[in-house]
Design a protein around this ligand. Structure first.
Ligand code: PBG
Length: 310
């Protein structure tokens, strides 16, 4: 445990429209959908505890969703507004924004679909590039494309560079598996696909070689950091990626993994804090440089209070 620091952790947040709202996310005790005012308060508190990196997800009201995900790159989208507010009010926090379409498409898929309901990669890249631009323009330090569209990193890199945002970095969701562990997240941003599944674009968990190729490709395309997601069932991929590429590596301890810990603690199977430290230690041991986790703020608090056993 002694080698885990709040600096290694990235706390995800869900942002919603409106004022002074704090809506609990189903099956994720302690995690809320927050309006910008409450988000800023939460982040200042997290910062006091030592958290210096946050990852923002926007939740899109149903009536704004459409086939082209146009609200995703609208200037008045909740995410760029939140980023601008955050940058104005809180210094020293690095802001990463998720760049995807699934919360904004009427069908819930991560890309724009063609007439045969297959991903139209060209249109998807255009939309992702526009989102990345709007986020960068509002002050995001990092953009994190998570749509698993082919060449999404290079498309976004060139869009940012062309528009004077060469300093904005890219965290690629490089090895993102078609996983069963995303359920609570999809409830939080209402992004479950309305038909089919994401297996055509997210990775097959039986194919480790392909996952490593995706990571290699993201590095070649100009990602500043790569990611493996989810975390716990993919420790082998984390370890191999770190050994093979020795490149900045983030790992996403996802919503379903968080829910498992909480539910086990709730029924008395284990002590939450102990299990969390065991998990985070395993991720670091495997080779993660940064860990995106909904436990981040709690961990920072436990570290600060020296409230852990190891
Ligand atoms: C997709 C996306 C997903 C998550 C973040 N961005 C997964 C998905 O719905 O396919 C999951 C994060 C989590 O479960 O915590 N854009």
């Amino acid at each position: 445990m002694q080698n885990i620091s709040a600096k290694d952790l990235i706390m995800p947040y869900f942002v919603i429209e409106g004022r002074n709202k704090k809506e609990p996310v189903a099956n994720m005790p302690g995690i809320f959908r927050l309006t910008i005012d409450n988000l800023l308060e939460e982040i200042s508190e997290a910062k006091r505890l030592g958290i210096s990196r946050v990852l923002l997800f926007g939740a899109c009201p149903r009536q704004y969703k459409n086939e082209s995900a146009s609200y995703a790159y609208a200037k008045n989208n909740i995410v760029p507004r939140a980023v601008a507010g955050l940058k104005r009010k809180i210094k020293g926090v690095s802001v990463i924004t998720d760049v995807c379409l699934c919360a904004y498409t009427s069908h819930g898929h991560c890309g724009i679909l063609n007439k045969k309901n297959k991903i139209d990669n060209r249109k998807t890249l255009e939309a992702l590039s526009k989102i990345a631009f709007v986020h960068a323009d509002s002050g995001a330090d990092w953009v994190a494309p998570s749509a698993m569209a082919k060449k999404q990193v290079s498309a976004i890199r060139s869009a940012l560079d062309k528009n004077g945002f060469s300093k904005v970095k890219i965290m690629g969701y490089s090895a993102k598996f078609a996983s069963n562990f995303y359920g609570p997240f999809r409830d939080a941003v209402d992004s479950a696909p309305k038909f089919g599944n994401r297996k055509a674009y997210q990775l097959d968990y039986t194919d480790a070689k392909k996952a490593l190729r995706e990571i290699r490709d993201d590095i070649r395309e100009g990602a500043d950091m790569v990611m493996v997601k989810p975390a716990l069932s993919y420790l082998d991929i984390i370890k191999e990626a770190k050994q093979k590429f020795n490149y900045p590596l983030a790992v996403y301890n996802v919503s379903g993994e968080f829910a498992l810990v909480k539910m086990g603690a709730n029924i008395g199977l284990w002590q939450e804090k102990e299990v969390v430290f065991e998990i985070i230690t395993s991720l670091k041991r495997a080779g993660a440089d940064y860990i995106i986790t909904y436990h981040a703020k709690d961990i920072a608090q436990w570290i600060k209070q020296k409230n852990y056993l190891i």
